[in-house]
Design a protein around this ligand. Structure first.
Ligand SMILES: [Zn+2]
Length: 130
């Protein structure tokens, strides 16, 4: 399945140096800012607790030795991972890691979305049409 939104990120990139990591992280951050990718803080925290939020990383400075960040595409639900482990010398990787479940059941629905759904589904008081 092709997705015009995230296709440019649907690739596997081996990350072998800190400058390369900065470049990859920079383009991912731009994609998040543009809404092409969504930073999945829930899954990222499950991968590695107490790491800094992806959007708070200082990409110009020294990056942590271990990074595990998850992203997904709001359009097609593909999941992407930025996994880095420089400490053990294995380098890092950007890759497509799978697909969100179609019902998104493992994610809590944001409150604003609940309000919207209720507003859409709620009984509209009928005004007299005479
Ligand atoms: Zn996509």
């Amino acid at each position: 399945m092709l997705c015009s939104s995230c296709d440019q990120f649907n690739t596997e990139i081996a990350i072998r140096s800190p400058p390369q990591l900065s470049r990859v992280a920079m383009s991912v951050r731009q994609a998040v800012a543009a809404g092409v990718l969504r930073y999945n803080s829930f899954e990222s925290d499950r991968e590695l607790t107490e790491q800094r939020l992806f959007l708070e990383l200082d990409l110009q400075g020294a990056l942590p030795d271990v990074l595990r960040y998850q992203f997904d595409c709001p359009t097609c639900g593909r999941c992407y991972g930025l996994f880095v482990e420089t400490y053990h010398g294995s380098g890092g990787r950007w890759s497509c890691t799978g697909q969100l479940p179609p019902n998104n059941s493992f994610k809590p629905t944001p409150a604003s979305r609940v309000d919207l759904i209720q507003a859409l589904a709620g009984p509209e008081p009928r005004r007299g049409t005479r």
